[in-house]
Design a protein around this ligand. Structure first.
Ligand code: FES
Length: 200
């Protein structure tokens, strides 16, 4: 998304809802008073959850005040970690793993499908607002490569056909369930069989 477009979408103000304010105060209680700045990461995550999965600049400033720390420090943390989105994302946020094991197993095809179906460039929201995608480093599911994460679900053992089907389901706002597209149970062998015995 262009800087201008992101700028246009920035809300002027941000504050936690009363429910999230309560959660934020509980999070603060996990830290000694003198180290309350250490709560910055869970608070950023809370702000992201509250704001459709992205953190506006107003929220960075709000959290800075909340923790009595300079805004620039909050900004540095939010821009360092890739799990914080600093621009709007789709209702379904797709993270494609392109680290070596996934790449060797065909992650390039997943990227192509995202480009064809969602947007040519990463971090651009599809025309209907449903999806956006980005490339990420290893998501820890290499044994089921190639894979992608969509919101909180892992979609694994993918190929072009299964990815297209999954992306279509998100674009139509009717998501397919996460898991192995070859119907493996977790990381069980193909057909869920060990030494010919069904392990499902
Ligand atoms: S390399 Fe893709 S999940 Fe680890």
């Amino acid at each position: 998304m262009s800087i201008k477009k992101v700028h246009d979408k920035q809300p002027k103000n941000f504050e936690f809802t009363s429910e999230n304010l309560e959660t934020a105060n509980k999070i603060l209680n996990n830290y000694p008073k003198k180290n309350k700045k250490s709560a910055v990461m869970p608070l950023l995550y809370l702000a992201q959850k509250q704001n459709n999965n992205w953190i506006p600049l107003a929220a960075l400033k709000y959290i800075g005040k909340f923790l009595s720390m300079p805004y620039i420090k909050v900004y540095e943390i939010a821009t360092f970690y890739t799990m914080y989105n600093l621009a709007p994302v789709g209702k379904y946020f797709i993270q494609v793993c392109t680290t070596s094991p996934c790449l060797l197993r065909g992650a390039g095809k997943i990227v192509k499908s995202c480009q064809n179906k969602i947007s040519q460039n990463q971090n651009e929201v599809s025309e209907n607002g449903m999806c956006s995608w980005t490339e990420v480093e290893c998501l820890g599911a290499c044994v089921n490569a190639p894979m992608m994460q969509v919101n909180h679900g892992y979609y694994e053992d993918l190929d072009s056909e299964s990815v297209d089907k999954i992306l279509d389901s998100f674009l139509k706002d009717n998501p397919i369930k996460p898991g192995s597209s070859r119907n493996r149970t977790n990381t069980a062998p193909e057909n869920n069989k060990i030494n010919g015995v069904n392990n499902a």
